[in-house]
Design a protein. Structure first.
Length: 91
């Protein structure tokens, strides 16, 4: 099984799911700042778009693994397959 991190952005009400491992140094994303549809790794500052996983700064070019979510009857449902990243997977 893949450890996931769920994030809720208060501003938009959006819920995201991601692999709980930063692709930069494989540290936990727990505690990362979520704002404006992005998350910043709390360890080294890598920043990613929550909709696509695309890196938004120069810390890494590797994408964050994102899973589609939807809220149904008050439950958060998460896809079993990751969303395809929109950037290269090479460092």
């Amino acid at each position: 099984s893949t450890p996931l991190l769920l994030c809720h952005e208060a501003e938009s009400g959006q819920v995201w799911a991601m692999k709980n491992s930063c692709p930069h140094a494989f540290q936990s994303m727990d505690g990362g700042a979520v704002k404006g549809g992005t998350i910043q790794c709390p360890k080294h500052g890598a920043c990613f778009e929550l909709s696509s996983g695309r890196s938004t700064n120069h810390v890494t070019s590797r994408p964050l693994t994102i899973y589609a979510t939807r809220v149904e009857d008050g439950r958060i449902l998460v896809s079993t397959q990751p969303v395809a990243a929109l950037c290269p997977t090479t460092p």
